[in-house]
Design a binder for this molecule. Structure first.
Ligand SMILES: *[C@@H]1O[C@H](CO)[C@@H](O)[C@H](O)[C@H]1NC(C)=O
Ligand SMILES: *[C@@H]1O[C@H](CO)[C@@H](O)[C@H](O)[C@H]1NC(C)=O
Length: 214
């Protein structure tokens, strides 16, 4: 036997050791019709997967209604919106900031790459030594925001701004400080104690943002 047939013989034995649906290890499109568990969503049957499972088409239109307290809207693109992201350790977000629009202070466990797409924003973060880093970000420029640090951006121009954010994780779970404090059910008298604000200020902000237990 020359070495070539031996090689193919060994190779075919090796192949036979693998499950026949080995594309299952290439991807796992989340099956959103099944419940999310500790190990994530179960995979959609690979034989039913089409190219459309790898395409998300919702970024071309504005994120939503910007007539609100922040004059801004965001659209997070996580597994629930785009099941093809499942297991890929990447996700994204589109932010639309009207004139004077703001994305208020927030944090998430993973880093963020913030890309200016339209207009100009001032974007910044504060490190754990309370040093602020901020800069005007124009179309085509990116800012890398380290994991877990508080950060913000706002429109500095007289035209609407659009940014895209990319995260090295399937889900990015943004926690917005204003909402955590004033849109939550933490009682006002506790907020009075744990923030520098007085009771009237706390109640005003809770009413404004829709918090309960005033
Ligand atoms: C946007 O939101 C504002 C405030 O809630 C509302 O008055 C307005 O009708 C909304 N616009 C659209 C197009 O839904
Ligand atoms: C931390 O902040 C203080 C006060 O602003 C500054 O003097 C110090 O150099 C900073 N330390 C580091 C490691 O950046």
């Amino acid at each position: 036997m020359s070495s070539l047939p031996v090689f193919f013989f060994v190779f075919s034995i090796l192949l036979s050791q693998f499950p026949t649906n080995s594309i299952a290890s290439d991807f796992c499109i989340a099956d959103l019709s099944q419940p999310d568990g500790p190990a994530g969503y179960p995979c959609k049957d690979p034989s039913k997967v089409t190219v459309d499972d790898f395409v998300y088409s919702g970024l071309a239109v504005p994120s939503g209604n910007t007539t609100n307290f922040y004059n801004s809207a965001i659209r997070s693109i996580n597994i629930e919106q785009f099941p093809g992201l499942n297991g890929m350790k990447i996700s994204m977000l589109r932010a639309d900031l009207d004139v004077s629009g703001v994305t208020p202070f927030h944090a998430h466990r993973v880093a963020e790459l913030l890309l200016g797409v339209e207009g100009s924003v001032v974007a910044g973060f504060i490190d754990s030594n309370n040093t602020a880093y901020y800069k005007t970000l124009n179309k085509g420029e990116v800012l890398i925001i380290p994991p877990a640090l508080l950060h913000f951006f706002y429109n500095v121009d007289s035209t609407p701004a659009v940014t895209y954010s990319f995260y090295p994780s399937d889900e990015h779970h943004v926690q917005i400080i204003d909402f955590a404090l004033f849109q939550s059910n933490l009682p006002s008298e506790m907020l009075d104690k744990v923030t520098p604000l007085d009771h009237a200020e706390v109640q005003k902000l809770k009413k404004l943002l829709g918090g309960t237990n005033l």
